[in-house]
Design a protein around this ligand. Structure first.
Ligand SMILES: CC(C)(COP(=O)(O)OP(=O)(O)OC[C@H]1O[C@@H](n2cnc3c(N)ncnc32)[C@H](O)[C@@H]1OP(=O)(O)O)[C@@H](O)C(=O)NCCC(=O)NCCS
Length: 183
């Protein structure tokens, strides 16, 4: 059963029953398991804890019938971004959101869950302020040049290639640095 979510760049078909919500510490074992299964870029458990601690509003999970089927995590600023995209664009560092990781369990991919996660982040950041002081200008991310599936997702939501990061990944593959304005 599918339903339509309005208000994103494009109408998106989403599996009924999917709930996107903020992650909690209790979700982290499931999130880490998805990360290790679906992505070659894995991080220590403590990194997920740190991201959640620092950015509780930017760490989202997708839940279906009580099962965590996808996640997305982002950070404020460009702490782990390899180039100073804020400096290049002439905008404050703290106005940048850096999407660190997004993944959906493979048996649930292609059902609109990645779109729902990314749409929720963009919606959250596009409001202009999360607390009364914060104003976000761009969201940036890195993606393998071979990962056209993820690139299609990002392009669908208005991300554009900003530059290529040579030999970005441990295996030597290049990355695209993609950015999207928040408003
Ligand atoms: C990338 C990923 C998060 C997308 O999640 P998803 O739930 O499958 O995505 P959706 O179903 O919302 O599809 C979103 C868009 O992705 C693109 N897409 C989805 N499946 C695709 C496929 N098989 N081939 C090409 N593009 C595809 C389409 O543009 C789609 O939009 P559309 O359905 O309106 O055409 C998911 O495939 C995944 O977890 N991949 C492995 C981890 C990964 O690569 N993460 C990104 C690292 S940068």
């Amino acid at each position: 059963m599918k339903w339509y979510v309005k208000g994103w760049a494009k109408m998106t078909v989403v599996e009924r029953g999917i709930v996107v919500r903020r992650a909690t510490r209790e979700d982290l074992p499931a999130v880490v398991a998805i990360n290790r299964r679906e992505l070659p870029e894995n991080y220590p458990y403590s990194f997920f804890e740190w991201v959640l601690y620092k950015n509780p509003d930017l760490f989202l999970v997708a839940e279906l019938n009580g099962e965590i089927v996808g996640y997305l995590m982002a950070e404020r600023g460009v702490i782990t971004c390899p180039i100073d995209v804020a400096h290049r664009l002439g905008i404050p560092h703290d106005s940048v959101i850096h999407l660190l990781s997004i993944a959906v369990k493979r048996e649930y991919q292609g059902r609109g869950i990645g779109s729902k996660l990314l749409g929720a982040l963009i919606d959250h950041c596009s409001k202009g302020s999360i607390t009364s002081e914060e104003v976000f200008r761009i969201i940036c991310l890195e993606v393998r040049v071979s990962n056209t599936r993820a690139q299609n997702l990002y392009k669908k939501f208005g991300f554009e290639i900003f530059t290529t990061l040579k030999f970005y990944y441990m295996d030597g593959e290049d990355a695209y640095l993609m950015i999207r304005k928040c408003f």
